[in-house]
Design a protein around this ligand. Structure first.
Ligand SMILES: [Mg+2]
Length: 406
């Protein structure tokens, strides 16, 4: 089989409300790029990448000379063609490669009539559990609704998500307000949901000392792990030496070099595997194998997703035996999806692993066109700007917190 074409389309997907994080916000929408890889047998595979616009569409178009004529079953060759480590010093294509790998796996599964998990060693679970991903939110620009700022709003938001989707694990995305206020929020969640598990992730905004203070204050709670409280392997190592909660990262162990460094001099206990950041589902499975060998924990990370990316996370979660934590997803903050049948459903906090051929999802091209038009009309947004504080930017460690009183 040969690849005959690749097309990239950037779409904008509205969110319920803008999601705040330590560097700014997702401004009430996600921008994602959908790719279609076409073959000489008429099979089309789908992939997805974060961000977009002309630069992303041009970057995928720029891969044509590598991809046209390539057999989609040759995944290791694909990796070296596109992201050979030496050439990657000049052209960082890890995330582009991930999207193409998703599409090739989709093609392989469709050709063989098998779900992707069958190509990856076979599933060891039928569903993947997810955490509620709680963000502080700005009000929706149109409706004025959806704000999450006060402790009451946060607990009410979590209650609603738990009722609607059945989550038993709650992740608080922090790094927005002063750590003392976020600590009070976290404790309020622990008190409101005593049976459930918790995790806190301020996206590396805290100083080492504030991380230790925060971590020691929550040691007795039902924590999964302490995710990227501070920046860097050395900072995380210092936190780990003073706090009796497993550390986790999606920031400083995102490739095999860093994974090796972390094993030689441990800073991180739980490695959060992102099918995009690591360069594909197969890279994540390899990393999961290393973690299994050294008995590090793993979980499935979310860098934002529509249904195609979510399917990659589900197939990954299905085949890694050492997945002992709920996965993360931004998915429940989306207003819609580009899949036939709309958004996938959470049942009791979990999503079923797709069983159809390939990624097991059907892309609704009318929806792709609709949201591509929306992207053309409204454009992108800067991830590292806050629409409510136009002149603001954070330091690392940060001390320029947003005001939780307004
Ligand atoms: Mg994180």
């Amino acid at each position: 089989m040969k690849i005959t074409d690749i097309r990239a389309t950037t779409v904008m997907m509205p969110l319920e409300a803008p999601l705040r994080h330590s560097n700014g916000a997702h401004w009430g929408k996600f921008v994602r790029t959908i790719i279609e890889v076409e073959t000489d047998e008429g099979i089309i595979g789908y992939g997805e990448m974060g961000g977009g616009g002309e630069s992303a569409e041009a970057a995928f178009a720029g891969l044509k000379s590598y991809l046209l004529g390539h057999d989609p079953f040759q995944l290791e060759e694909l990796r070296f063609k596109i992201c050979n480590p030496t050439a990657s010093l000049y052209n960082n294509r890890t995330q582009l490669h991930a999207a193409v790998e998703f599409a090739c796996l989709d093609i392989m599964g469709k050709k063989l009539g098998l779900p992707v998990h069958q190509l990856l060693g076979g599933k060891v679970r039928d569903e993947v559990k997810f955490a509620s991903y709680l963000f502080y939110r700005l009000p929706n620009e149109q409706t004025g609704e959806g704000e999450v700022r006060t402790i009451e709003q946060l607990v009410a938001h979590c209650t609603e998500l738990k009722e609607k989707h059945g989550f038993h694990v709650h992740k608080l995305k922090g790094g927005v307000f002063h750590p003392d206020y976020e600590l009070a929020c976290y404790k309020a969640l622990a008190e409101a949901f005593p049976e459930d598990r918790l995790r806190y992730d301020p996206n590396a905004a805290l100083s080492v000392e504030d991380s230790i203070r925060f971590g020691q204050a929550i040691e007795g709670l039902n924590n999964d792990y302490f995710e990227d409280p501070t920046w860097g392997l050395n900072g995380m190592r210092r936190v780990r030496s003073m706090v009796r909660i497993p550390t986790a990262t999606n920031t400083v162990v995102v490739n095999f070099e860093q994974l090796a460094a972390n094993i030689l001099d441990p800073a991180i206990d739980v490695v959060l595997l992102d099918t995009t950041f690591w360069g594909g589902i197969r890279q994540c499975i390899k990393a999961a194998g290393v973690c299994e060998t050294f008995q590090l924990g793993i979980a499935v990370h979310s860098s934002g997703e529509l249904g195609i990316q979510l399917a990659t996370m589900l197939h990954l979660g299905a085949v890694v035996p050492n997945l002992a934590f709920a996965a993360d997803a931004h998915y429940h903050h989306l207003q819609d999806d580009i899949l036939v049948g709309g958004k996938m459903k959470y049942v009791n906090g979990a999503i079923s692993v797709p069983e159809g051929p390939g990624l097991g999802i059907e892309v609704n091209l009318d929806k792709v066109r609709e949201y591509a038009e929306m992207y053309k009309e409204f454009g992108g947004y800067p991830y590292d700007r806050d629409p409510s504080r136009p002149d603001w930017f954070p330091l690392v460690p940060n001390d320029r917190w947003a005001d939780h009183r307004r």
